[in-house]
Structure formats: structure tokens, C-alpha cells
Design a protein around this ligand. Structure first.
Ligand SMILES: *Cc1c(COP(=O)(O)O)cnc(C)c1O
Length: 422
């Protein structure tokens, strides 16, 4: 199946007389014929359903669809993107370990990595993703167990060189984890460039309609966990009757371990209702991503020519610093998110935003409706000035998430709000 067809059909194939649409299975529990059947499912939880903290048929249909879209061997949904990022790493790291992350990532992820993970005894080593390879290699320590980056960073909109980082990670015997939230698998499939694990906030384009919050982890099945660096995968898990994940589950060791240990213990599994909404969003993802890119390109070109604008950051624009990387990794477009700096700094940016009529001021991005945010006073307000600069954020920066309205209406709204600055 081509990716457009997978958006509609992957993950759920109804049999004779079954519902055409993925049903919402609103049940926390599953029944078994005998005590032996229950025992068997505890011995191998992949054989059947145990309990809704581990799995649910509606959620599983969506997991299979997303795995198919990314080209992975399995996926696990979580109740938020944050939970997906956290579990993707905790599945590999423990206290005393470190990992490397690009400094240009989502602000919430920076908090998680720099502060909360530190409290758990896990060190995040931030690197400049554009640094030469030698500098990135030099950041590795003997206890470094993973590398993390965002394909298209929120809100810096830098494009991450997946192949460069996959090569360096693999030279060091560790996996590369990619947050692919902004491109979605429609615009980029990081496994094709050597990434090992992908995470998403499904709250963004995947749902797209701003009706559910969620996340997902996808496993490529390609990483070799038996290289000696990952005893948690190759030695018996005492919390699961001595299961050795690489032995019992082979290529699916990572994603099954994530469910059996971490979902069991942290319990951040989404509801069936949320998964149902997410699935509706996924069904039109291919159409929507195409239109977001088309609208955003027109908006970016318009802003670039406007006298009130100091600079426009959209990797789709020819002069952009990341244009070459975008052509390689995001040839069909760089999503609907644009950032720009308004002349006159913070106060001008706020005045412009408050003058918008169609675009709504909201703490969201990648919505079906055009929305706008001032990162320095919202999502990134916890960051120090140095961290803000490292994350690529200027005080006068506006993040503009182009929606699916007629682009002429979006341009009219921009025109009238910018003229308020005269
Ligand atoms: C929003 C976002 C997250 C966090 O996702 P939530 O669903 O809000 O928890 C992670 N990464 C990126 C790139 C995001 O945009």
C-alpha cells in the first residue's frame, strides 16, 4: 500500500459483518475461559490482551497504523508526546547513564531532559546539531546510551541531519531517537535515513483537529540491542519472570519491553476514545499535510516581502539556512509552521498578535485552524536567556501555524494585523 492508502486502511481490516470503522472498545477488562488462560497471558503478554493499562483494541489499531506509516515493526501509544519522549529514553537508560540531544528541540522536552531526567540520575548532554561531526563525537562518554533530535524543531524550525547523527550514533553503538512530530510520516520517514526509534506528539498534525492529546513511540526493529551496551535487553528481567527481551522477542525487543515494563509501571496509556479521534485525524493526514505546506509557502513568501518583518524562518524558502537539508529530508514541504521576527521587538510582536482576527492566539501548533503563539512568553518562558538562544528563539519571535482556511483569508488577516503597526 502507498502511504495515502495506509492512512485509511492500515491497522484495521474488518472481517465479514464486522464494523467498517475502528470500533471504540470502551472496556478496561478482558475475560478468559480459565485460570490457565490468564496464567498464559501473564507468561507472554503479547499473546492476548491483559488489561487496559497495557493495551486496548482501539488504541492497538492506531498503533499498527502509525507503525505502518513510519515503516516500523511496532508502536506504542502514550497519553501525551511528553510521555512518549520520556519512555523512549527510560526504556534504554537508567541512573548513571547519559544521552546526547540536539539543543534545538521543543521547550517541554528541554525541561524534561535538563531537569526532570537529571533528578532521575540521567544526564543529557546538549549539542549544537549543526556542529562538525568531530565535535559531536567528542560529546560521547562511556556511559552514553542514546542520541535524540527533532526532524523539524519546534519552534526553531531547524532541520536535523538524521543521516549524520545516525552514523555517529551507530559508530558509538547507540540508537538514534527522532521526534518526528512536525513532518509526520507524510513529509519525512526517519527510519529511511537510519533512525532507530521515532516518537511523536500525536496532539499536533496527526490528530490535527485539536481534539486529543497523545504520543507514540515507533520501533524500526533495526537496532542491535545485543552489542553489550544494553544488559536490560539481554539479561533476565526479574520483574517479568526472567524474560530476556532480545531472546524472546528478537527484533521487537525494544517496543515490547517498553510496554511490558514501562507502560505497566507508569500507566500513561491513552483511552480508546482518544485513539478513535486520533484515527480520524490520521485518515486525512496525507491530504492535510499537503495543503498545510502549500498554504504555508504562500504565507512565508508574503511575509518575506512585507516591510514590517525583519526575517522569516521557513525552511521551504530558498534563502533559509536549512533549505538544503529540507530539500533532502522534507522534499514535499516543511509543514505549516513558520516563525518570523517582527521589527520593533517584543511589543510590536504582541501588538501584531492582538490585532489578528482569524488566527487565534493559542498554546497549540499544527492545528487545522491558523493559530499563533509568542514562544518567549508562553511555551518557553521557563528557559533562561541562554537556553532560549540555544533553542533558536528571539524575544520578538512569532510562531505562526498556518491552517487549512483559504490562504487568501489568512493573508488578508496578516495584512490588516501588520498594518496596525504603522
Ligand atoms: C508538543 C510537542 C511535544 C510534546 O507533546 P505533548 O503531546 O504536548 O505532550 C513533543 N515534541 C514536539 C516536537 C512537540 O511539538
Amino acid at each position: 500500500m502507498k502511504i495515502e492508502t495506509k492512512c485509511l486502511h492500515a491497522g484495521y481490516t474488518p472481517k465479514n459483518t464486522e464494523p467498517r470503522v475502528v470500533p471504540i472498545v470502551q472496556s478496561t477488562t478482558y475475560v478468559y475461559d480459565s485460570t490457565d488462560d490468564v496464567a498464559a497471558v501473564f507468561d507472554d503478554p503479547t499473546k492476548s490482551l491483559i488489561y487496559s493499562r497495557f493495551e486496548n483494541p482501539t488504541v492497538m489499531a492506531v498503533e499498527d497504523k502509525i507503525a505502518a506509516l513510519e515503516g516500523g515493526i511496532g508502536a506504542m501509544c502514550t497519553s501525551s508526546g511528553q510521555a512518549a519522549s520520556l519512555l523512549s529514553l527510560l526504556n534504554i537508560l537508567q541512573a548513571g547513564d547519559s544521552f546526547i540531544s540536539a539543543a534545538t528541540i521543543y521547550g517541554g522536552t528541554i525541561n524534561l531532559f535538563a531537569y526532570t531526567m537529571k533528578k532521575l540520575g540521567i544526564e543529557c548532554i546538549f549539542v549544537d546539531a549543526d556542529a562538525p561531526e568531530e565535535e559531536i563525537r567528542a560529546a560521547f562518554k562511556p556511559n552514553t546510551k542514546a542520541v535524540f533530535g527533532e526532524t523539524l524543531a519546534n519552534p526553531a524550525l531547524s532541520v536535523f541531519d538524521i543521516e549524520k547523527f545516525a552514523k555517529i550514533a551507530h559508530e558509538n553503538g547507540v540508537p538514534l531517537i527522532i521526534d518526528n512530530t512536525f513532518p509526520t510520516p507524510i513529509l519525512c520517514r526517519p527510519f529511511e535515513y537510519g533512525a532507530d526509534i521515532i516518537v511523536h506528539s500525536t496532539t499536533k498534525y496527526m490528530d490535527g483537529h485539536a481534539v486529543q492529546g497523545g504520543g507514540v513511540i515507533i520501533d524500526s526493529g533495526n537496532f542491535d540491542w545485543t552489542n553489550g551496551k544494553f544488559p536490560e535487553f539481554t539479561e533476565p528481567d526479574e520483574s517479568y519472570h526472567g524474560t530476556v527481551y532480545t531472546k524472546t522477542y528478537g527484533k521487537a525487543a525494544y517496543i515490547i519491553k517498553a510496554r511490558m515494563q514501562l507502560m505497566r509501571d507508569f500507566g500513561c496509556y491513552p483511552s480508546a476514545q482518544s485513539a478513535f479521534y486520533l484515527n480520524l485525524g490520521l485518515e486525512t493526514l496525507h491530504i492535510r499535510m499537503k495543503q498545510y505546506c502549500e498554504n504555508a509557502m504562500k504565507v512565508a513568501e508574503y511575509l518575506e516581502a512585507d516591510k514590517h518583518i525583519e526575517s522569516v524562518n521557513y525552511p521551504g524558502l530558498a534563502g533559509n539556512k536549512y533549505h538544503e537539508l529540507a530539500k533532502k529530508y522534507l522534499p514535499d514541504g516543511t509543514s505549516g509552521v513558520i516563525s518570523f521576527i517582527i521589527k520593533g521587538g517584543r511589543s510590536a510582536a504582541v501588538k501584531f498578535m492582538d490585532s489578528l482576527k482569524l488566527a487565534s492566539n493559542e498554546v497549540h501548533v499544527a492545528d487545522i485552524r491558523t493559530c499563533v503563539l509568542h514562544p518567549a512568553s508562553a511555551t518557553h518562558r521557563q528557559l533562561t536567556d541562554e537556553q532560549l538562544a540555544a533553542a533558536g528563539i528571539n524575544g520578538g519571535l512569532v510562531r505562526f501555524s498556518v491552517g487549512l482556511e483559504n490562504v487568501d483569508d489568512i493573508l488578508d488577516d496578516l495584512r490588516q494585523a501588520l498594518s496596525a503597526l504603522d
